[in-house]
Ligand binder design. Structure first.
Ligand code: PEP
Length: 245
């Protein structure tokens, strides 16, 4: 099971202290099969990287540019810069970036450069509330997958995060039956259309210590992408505990 902490645009050097508890927890349960990946803002990547050395916790970034290494792109960070600073993962296609204009085509370019740089990609997909109401969920998810992952060979480097847009930061989660159906649909598209043998699909959207047991009852889910609840160590540890212990 994967547990990915997306800190979004939150956190400063002081917030790194909260990592001590998570590191301790991860050491205590090192025999259990789970992976914790922290995705702090760019400004904290270096400090995180130093802090998690010699632990099983891994580091990810929240976005990247599509240019692999360098270029005249003011304010951007490339996949190779992320790799050099100790990141092994990068989130691509988060709905908070799609909603400010990131296209499937740009997402595809980012994924290709990231994989070429040897980063693993947490590829976010999800339908909006309007798409859900119009019964366009499957069509939307399939289009995002096929366009986002077009011409990508190393698909074992991809974790798909299914994040219904209407569930992010709202406290609302899908009905368990619907979520199970959607995760199965996504896995089938990955298997049948893209010939990925053992696709990994995580769920993200208002995961918290109270709802995680219900969510974890869905056997096809391979982990969780956690936003708000990952910023407090206790909540994040509780989410992991309730899933794996
Ligand atoms: C996210 O940002 O990917 C996310 C799932 O946020 P939250 O858990 O706060 O809904």
């Amino acid at each position: 099971m994967y547990f990915i902490a997306n800190w979004k645009m939150y956190g400063d050097l002081k917030s790194l202290n909260s990592l001590n508890k998570v590191i301790k927890f991860s050491k205590q349960h090192k025999k259990k099969r789970f992976k914790i990946i922290y995705c702090p803002p760019y400004t904290l990547l270096d400090s995180f990287s130093k802090k998690i050395k010699k632990t099983k916790i891994e580091l990810g970034a929240q976005n990247c540019h599509f240019e692999m290494s360098n270029g005249p792109f003011t304010g951007s960070i490339s996949p190779s810069m992320l790799k050099k600073i100790g990141s092994n993962y990068v989130i691509v296609g988060h709905s908070e970036n799609r909603s400010s204009g990131e296209s499937d085509n740009v997402i595809n370019k980012k994924i290709r450069s990231s994989i070429a740089t040897n980063l693993k990609v947490i590829f976010c997909i999800g339908e909006t509330l309007i798409q859900k109401k119009r019964k366009l969920t499957n069509k939307t998810l399939k289009k995002q997958i096929l366009k986002g992952l077009s011409k990508i060979k190393n698909s074992n480097k991809i974790l798909v995060a299914y994040e219904p847009v209407w569930s992010i930061g709202t406290g609302i989660i899908p009905k368990i039956k619907d979520l199970d159906k959607n995760v199965t649909f996504i896995k089938n598209v990955l298997k049948i259309n893209l010939k990925i043998k053992n696709p990994k699909v995580l769920y993200g959207g208002s995961v918290n210590p109270k709802n995680v047991e219900d969510l974890a009852s869905i056997k096809s889910i391979d982990g969780f992408l956690v936003g708000g609840a990952s910023q407090k160590a206790k909540n994040f540890i509780d989410i992991v505990k309730k899933t794996i212990i």
